[in-house]
Design a protein around this ligand. Structure first.
Ligand SMILES: [Fe+2]
Length: 346
């Protein structure tokens, strides 16, 4: 078996491949690492055949949907997954065939209703059902402490104690553990009584993961994250640095139209001298009267450099091939000590 671990902060993704046939599965991929997974598979001579999420993640952005489009491979989840884009829904005990490897799904609800663990040869990918020295939390949507107790003590922990455990999260840099080791050392697993376990899980008082709303929205719907929207817009536009724009203005460059796409109050508080106001929200509706020359060189600016990127992408879609986005925004412009002008006039 060919095996790779990719750590992204505290999240773990795994690439497992059959050495004889070069077929592979990618487990719990994260959106920011798409290029890395594809590169790792290529380096190892693997063809990714399945994109598997062990459950609906609330704390990171799943890459399964985007990779599925890119690679032409199916998204695999448990049958109870709410995501409409799942191609292959597994039930308890079913197998995925990956060349000579057999990856078996065990339904282990508790952290979420759709959680599953995946057993292949000498190891088990436990998702957030079992972590090293801990368990997944049960206070997020569809979580249930009593169900997790049953999934652990009546299911996962009855497997071979020698099985290696690879969780979806690990914050202390340990690579793996075993079922036997966890049974012996994991503090949460020492609480075997069902009601005591439930009480312990209900009193953990954990803080909410960051981006929980966005993670659930995108992972359950297949929609895009804000970062994805910005990355897609960034990929279609050229940028101009603050230094370059400042130097051009200093040099009296007259062919540049600076388009400030913030709201009026921000513009009036302070804008680049000569900049014209056209708020992002009105761009498409006012473009025909405000920007009559489609060959005009335009530098779009906003407060942080994000809205101006979206605005520039929109301008380019409408045919303004001379539109570029300021790399940075008015905040950085002011911090660089460059002059701003207050008031209504450009
Ligand atoms: Fe999770």
């Amino acid at each position: 078996m060919i095996f790779e671990t990719v750590a992204t902060g505290g999240c773990r993704s795994y690439l497992i491949g059959c050495a004889e046939t070069c077929a592979a599965a990618l487990i719990d991929p994260e959106l920011s690492q798409i290029d890395r997974y594809v590169a790792l598979a290529a380096r190892d001579g693997l063809h990714i055949r399945y994109l598997v999420d062990t459950h609906t993640h609330a704390d990171h952005f799943s890459a399964t949907r985007q990779l599925a489009r890119q690679l032409g491979a199916p998204v695999v989840m448990h049958e109870l997954s709410p995501a409409p884009f799942v191609d292959l829904r597994l039930r308890d005990g079913e197998l995925l065939v990956i060349g000579r490897l057999r990856l078996q799904a065990l339904h282990t609800p508790g952290h979420t209703r759709d959680s599953m663990c995946l057993v292949v040869e000498d190891r088990v990918f436990t998702g957030d059902t079992l972590l090293i020295g801990s368990t997944g939390r049960t206070d997020l949507p569809t979580g249930d402490a009593g169900t997790l107790h049953a999934s652990l003590f009546d299911g996962l922990l009855k497997l071979d104690p020698a099985l290696k455990v690879y969780p979806a999260h690990e914050y202390k840099g340990r690579s793996s553990t075993t079922i036997g080791q966890e049974l012996a050392d994991n503090p949460r697993l020492q609480v075997r009584d069902r009601s005591a376990f439930i009480e312990m899980m209900q009193n953990l008082n954990l803080t909410m993961p960051t981006h929980v709303t966005e993670a659930l929205r995108t992972n359950m719907s297949g929609g895009k994250t804000v970062a994805q929207m910005l990355a897609e817009a960034s990929a279609t536009v050229p940028f101009m640095s603050l230094v370059e724009l400042h130097a051009r203005l200093d040099g009296g460059s007259s062919d540049l139209l600076i388009l400030d796409v913030r709201e009026r109050d921000a513009y009036e508080e302070g804008h680049i001298s000569g900049a014209r106001l056209l708020p992002r929200g009105q761009l498409e509706l006012r473009v025909n009267q405000d920007l009559t020359d489609p060959t005009q060189r335009i530098v779009a600016c906003c407060e942080f450099g994000r809205v101006s990127t979206l605005a520039t992408a929109t301008l380019r879609q409408m045919g303004f091939q001379g539109a570029v986005a300021l790399d940075g925004g008015m905040k950085a412009w002011r911090e660089a000590g460059y002059a701003v002008k207050a008031g209504k006039d450009p």
